[in-house]
Design a protein around this ligand. Structure first.
Ligand SMILES: Cc1cc2nc3c(=O)[nH]c(=O)nc-3n(C[C@H](O)[C@H](O)[C@H](O)COP(=O)(O)OP(=O)(O)OC[C@H]3O[C@@H](n4cnc5c(N)ncnc54)[C@H](O)[C@@H]3O)c2cc1C
Length: 382
């Protein structure tokens, strides 16, 4: 571990590793401090729906072609259980080859670290950051490695720890858990993803290989009961819940679950420090926005760092520029996902009719559909 680096990235998950790679050809020295001792063990076991815009970022970094297990999403079918109205977003209508892609978190993480090994960037594993203090002109990062405590100084500490650290955040509980699994179905997906809203919470089927990645949200009690079912009973319950659009559900993998919260920092910058990715905002997984937003954080921060000098790196002006540049994208993504969850996760008759009208309007008003599709693919700065 070096005792000083121009930039220290706390956390080498996909957001921190993307930033490190985007900075690899700059004159700045960069160190990534990562808590995992073994980088081949990914922090999360999940699939990620990446937007087409995220593909463009990963292409520029030379990562895209390294990913093997990629499934294109060519259309998204949106509906609500027990209510009229549905909408379908298609890549053809947006004149794109795909609306997005389903990739494996672990494979993406591994590809980013393989690429980082070809650069001069130091990734220090088994190192957990425990504190960051600011002094005049620099930040001091305290980290433990084995039984040792280290202090490293930097002009810019970028916190990309996934939200594990102590930064002040607003937290809103959803009283929902997400159940994750992969399933195979009677009918082929043909590149179609499904987002089905139910009063318990949304259920998403993302095309993945020859099956689907399932994200089923419900109350903690309901998800616990679903985890406890044997496979046949689980597949039957899923069919009851989701309906017939993919025929029968045939097989299910091991299942896991996560509590869902909205957590975000009102202020993502402090002297010589900045939060990005899930450290800055953790969203509900509805509409698969979280990592895409974090990737845009990393990409835009890298562009601002590129325009900086060693003299102004991490100063208040630079960080304020980053915060104000990201504000509308972050704010509207938080609003969009939170609104979807709250608007759809209930049984109120008036809201049910309003939702039906909304889905029909989305289907039959091309400008509205185009706006939503571009917003989901490219973010607020589309
Ligand atoms: C059920 C579910 C489904 C999701 N689906 C999607 C989707 O389809 N599309 C999408 O865009 N997003 C999705 N997300 C969100 C996505 O997983 C996150 O946005 C993404 O993982 C954030 O990446 P990150 O690098 O910021 O954080 P993380 O992936 O959490 O990585 C943080 C890294 O920091 C390290 N670390 C932690 N603490 C320390 C420390 N103190 N010192 C050093 N290192 C540390 C960890 O070891 C880890 O490597 C989903 C989330 C959930 C819960």
């Amino acid at each position: 571990m070096q005792s000083h680096s121009d930039i220290i990235i706390v956390g080498g998950g996909p957001v921190g590793a993307t930033l490190a790679l985007a900075l690899a050809d700059t004159p700045f020295s960069v160190q990534v401090l990562e808590a995992r001792t073994d980088l081949s063990r990914a922090t999360h076991k999940r699939t990620l729906a990446l937007s087409y815009n995220s593909r463009l970022i990963l292409e520029r970094l030379g990562i895209w072609d390294q990913l093997q297990a990629v499934t294109a999403i060519t259309d998204i079918h949106i509906s609500q259980r027990g209510g009229l109205g549905m909408s379908q977003l298609t890549a053809a209508e947006e004149s794109l080859p795909a609306l997005g892609y389903v990739v494996d978190y672990a494979e993406l993480d591994a590809a980013l670290h393989d690429a980082l090994r070809q650069t001069a960037t130091q990734v220090v594993t088994g190192t957990r950051v425990t504190d960051i203090q600011t002094n005049t002109g620099y930040a001091q990062v305290q980290a433990t490695r084995g039984n040792d405590t280290h202090h490293v100084t930097t002009r810019l500490a970028v916190v990309a720890d996934g939200g594990a650290g102590q930064a002040q955040r607003v937290t809103q509980e959803y009283d929902q858990h997400a159940l994750l699994a992969t399933v195979t179905t009677e009918l082929a997906h043909n590149g179609r993803a499904f987002e089905r809203f139910t009063p318990e919470g949304p259920v998403a089927l993302l095309p993945s290989g020859t099956g689907f990645a399932l994200v089923w949200t419900g109350t903690p009690e309901r998800v616990a009961a679903l985890l406890a079912l044997n496979d046949d009973d689980f597949l039957h319950a899923l069919h009851q819940h989701f309906g017939d659009r993919v025929g029968q559900f045939l097989t299910v993998s091991a299942r896991s679950s996560f509590p869902l919260v909205l957590r975000y920092a009102k202020n993502t910058v402090a002297p010589h420090q900045v939060l990005i990715g899930n450290a800055a905002q953790t969203l509900h997984p509805v509409a698969g926005q979280g990592f895409n937003l974090g990737l845009r954080d990393a990409w835009e921060l890298a562009q601002i760092v590129r325009d900086s000098t060693k003299h102004n790196l991490g100063d208040a002006r630079m960080l304020q520029q980053f915060q104000s540049q990201r504000r509308s994208d972050t704010g509207s993504s938080i609003f969009f996902t939170d609104m979807l969850v709250r608007l759809f996760s209930n049984n109120q008759p008036v809201l049910k009719h309003a939702r039906s009208l909304g889905l029909m309007a989305l289907q039959y008003l091309p400008p509205a559909k185009h706006f939503v599709a571009r917003r989901m693919i490219f973010g607020a700065r589309a």
